[in-house]
Design a protein around this ligand. Structure first.
Ligand code: HEC
Ligand code: HEC
Length: 288
């Protein structure tokens, strides 16, 4: 099992960059300080809730699904890594994005929440969407499941077999044959973006496609295995006998070659547009 979060971080940085890229072009003004969560001012009794602008709710909904749903779940009720935002005191206490914006613009990198450069309007739309969800939950006791499948499956298919080069490593009649039954739409999208089970340094079971490493000594003797950790000074691997081996590094001595089976995915993160991911998701969910 891979226990180093080092190798995961660059991917997250690109991932966050990708998502931020999907949003605003203008760099956001950083808001200083960690927001404290004060006690909620509102009761959940209903009645006190304003009527939110449906157009803003819709824009916020779209942004949320593309930018936040990976972690907070498509319905904002919490996902694999992010908390339920409809029960968040901070969100309850937010007014028009003032609290949510601080978290979104600064992130909480040490806790797994990347920062995003979104405009004040985009943050306000997301906030409006979240408040509308809370209102709906409070008034009806129900949550609507959002439709994440907003892409064009035909375009996704073309991209899969063409420019993206997915078909170079995958087959829709082979390894991805029933991907649409294996995961829900959010899961499919998540696996396109971040296929490795272990994300953001949080271990969640075995890694299916581990990073391997070859360490070649100056005399020519070489060692292969699953990469455990690497930094400027040491590299550790677990060999086929299950033995942990650690080598001291001194520049190129010994020679270290890293093979990441998911490198293709990580490289693609820099290429995707938002609509590419939507289209791919729309295509792959049809593979039942
Ligand atoms: C890569 C995963 C990830 C993404 C993407 C993400 N978040 Fe988060 N978010 C987290 C995690 C993890 C936390 C919890 C941080 C902590 O424990 O303090 C969090 C916390 C928050 C909080 C604070 C909740 C509270 O009660 O303290 C808000 C608000 C929030 N996220 C909003 C958003 C919004 C809006 C987006 C999209 C623009 C987004 N997040 C995208 C992972 C993510
Ligand atoms: C360089 C090779 C390579 C390329 C290119 C590639 N992938 Fe992958 N992909 C992998 C590997 C390796 C895995 C992990 C397989 C495993 O965990 O067993 C994976 C996993 C996945 C998974 C999760 C499968 C599952 O059952 O959990 C999905 C979905 C996926 N890839 C979609 C795509 C899409 C869509 C593209 C094109 C945009 C793509 N991949 C391009 C190598 C690649």
């Amino acid at each position: 099992m891979l226990s180093s979060s080092k190798t995961i971080r660059p991917a997250l940085a690109v991932f966050a960059g990708l998502l931020a890229h999907a949003g605003a072009q203008t760099p956001a003004t950083p808001v200083k300080g960690t927001p404290q969560a004060p006690a909620p001012k509102r009761s959940l009794g209903g009645g006190e809730y304003p009527d939110y602008d449906p157009a803003a709710v819709e824009r916020g909904h779209k942004l949320f699904v593309t930018t936040c749903a990976f972690c907070h779940g498509a319905n904002a009720k919490g996902g694999e890594t992010g908390p339920d935002l409809l029960r968040s005191v901070l969100v309850l206490d937010d007014e028009n994005g003032n609290k949510i914006g601080q978290v979104v613009l600064n992130g909480r990198p040490d806790k797994g929440m990347p920062k995003f450069s979104l405009t004040p309007e985009q943050i306000s739309d997301i906030a409006t969407f979240l408040h509308d969800r809370i209102k709906a939950a409070a008034l009806r006791g129900t949550y609507q499941i959002l439709n994440i499948v907003v892409g064009d499956p035909k375009a996704g298919e073309a991209y899969f077999n063409g420019a993206a080069g997915c078909s170079g490593c995958h087959s829709v009649t082979g390894d991805l044959a029933h991907i649409g039954s294996k995961y829900d739409a959010v899961g499919v999208q998540q696996h396109i973006v971040m296929p490795r089970e272990e994300r953001y340094g949080r271990s969640r079971g075995p890694v299916t496609a581990p990073i391997t490493v070859t360490v070649t000594m100056p005399q020519g003797e070489s060692f292969n295995g699953t990469l455990v950790r690497i930094d400027d000074f040491t590299v550790s691997l677990v060999d086929s006998n299950g033995d942990l081996r650690t080598f001291t590094r001194n520049g190129d001595n010994p020679k270290v070659e890293i093979h990441d089976p998911l490198k293709g995915h990580i490289d693609l993160l820099a290429k995707y547009t938002d609509s590419d991911i939507h289209n791919l998701t729309a295509y792959l969910v049809t593979l039942k």
